[in-house]
Design a binder for this molecule. Structure first.
Ligand code: ZN
Length: 276
């Protein structure tokens, strides 16, 4: 049986950073069907998912990719730019021993390219917007040192960000609340003050010992507050928020990595040996 989730292997940070950069540039999720991102296999964490190639021009059933749309490409009067539909694709890991498979589903449309971009007479390009990957692909850098209660929410963010970015933001906020529990920040006020503490108040308490991390998390909380529906959250914002939480978790639970990063930064800034 294939097990999904953390399996003891460390994620590849370089690939994960590339994925984040790709996701942050998505505008409402649409991308050229010929330019899929390089996605790390969520099963083995080593391979990259291979996207099946388009094998004909009719947009009908293919071996692994299927487009369904109400228009028929065969009718000459059809304006291709009006074609809207859905797609499904089966992505497979390029490591043969892994045999990992990920299903992707979403929306498809046909876009007319501007004349200067005409490619050998073909000025129509299929564009896709993924609405779900299953099993979810990882955008977060998950590490076994991170508390399980927090990681559970972060995995929900991975799964939700394609279909409902506002819900992903809410899951991220829940992850921050779980993190405050792990850090033993009280949920209720001091003796004499009754009532549950808001996340703001808990973050302020946390800030007494971790001022910088508290700032990062507070910014994430504000971003989550603004999000009431999907359109309120851009991919860039969600990636920024994810990075805030990742930085915090790394600092708290993988401090050696964080110190190494700090050292690397000062070396880079000094272009050699740092002055201190
Ligand atoms: Zn794999």
């Amino acid at each position: 049986m294939l097990t999904i989730g953390y399996d003891g292997r460390q994620p590849n940070r370089k690939k994960s950073a590339r994925m984040k950069s790709y996701v942050s540039q998505l505008e409402n999720g649409w991308f050229d069907a010929a330019s899929w991102p390089s996605i790390v296999c969520p099963v083995c964490h080593r391979g990259v998912l291979v996207v099946p190639k388009k094998t004909d021009d009719k947009g009908r059933l293919r071996d692994d990719v299927r487009y369904d749309h109400p228009e028929d490409f065969d009718y000459p009067h059809v304006n291709h730019a009006d074609i809207v539909g859905t797609f499904s694709a089966v992505l497979s890991c390029n490591v043969s021993a892994c045999r990992g498979v990920v299903y992707a589903v979403g929306d498809m449309e046909v876009e007319v390219r501007p004349p200067e971009l005409y490619d050998q007479g073909n000025n129509y390009v299929d564009i896709l917007a993924v609405r779900n990957f299953f099993p979810p692909v990882e955008v977060f850098d998950h590490h076994e040192e991170f508390p399980a209660s927090v990681d559970r929410e972060l995995r929900r963010v991975d799964a939700l960000l394609w279909s409902d970015r506002a819900a992903a933001m809410t899951a991220l906020r829940k992850g921050v609340e779980e993190l405050m529990n792990e850090q033993k920040i009280p949920t209720r006020g001091d003796t004499g003050k009754k009532g549950r503490l808001s996340l703001d108040a808990r973050l302020t308490k946390f800030g007494k010992t971790h001022p910088e991390l508290s700032e990062l998390l507070l910014a994430t909380k504000w971003m989550g507050n603004v999000a009431t529906h999907e359109d309120d959250v851009t991919f860039q914002e969600i990636i920024d928020a994810i990075e805030h939480v990742e930085l915090t978790l790394t600092d708290l639970y993988r401090p050696s990595k964080s110190a190494a990063l700090e050292r690397a930064r000062s070396i880079n800034a000094a272009r050699g040996r740092p002055s201190v």
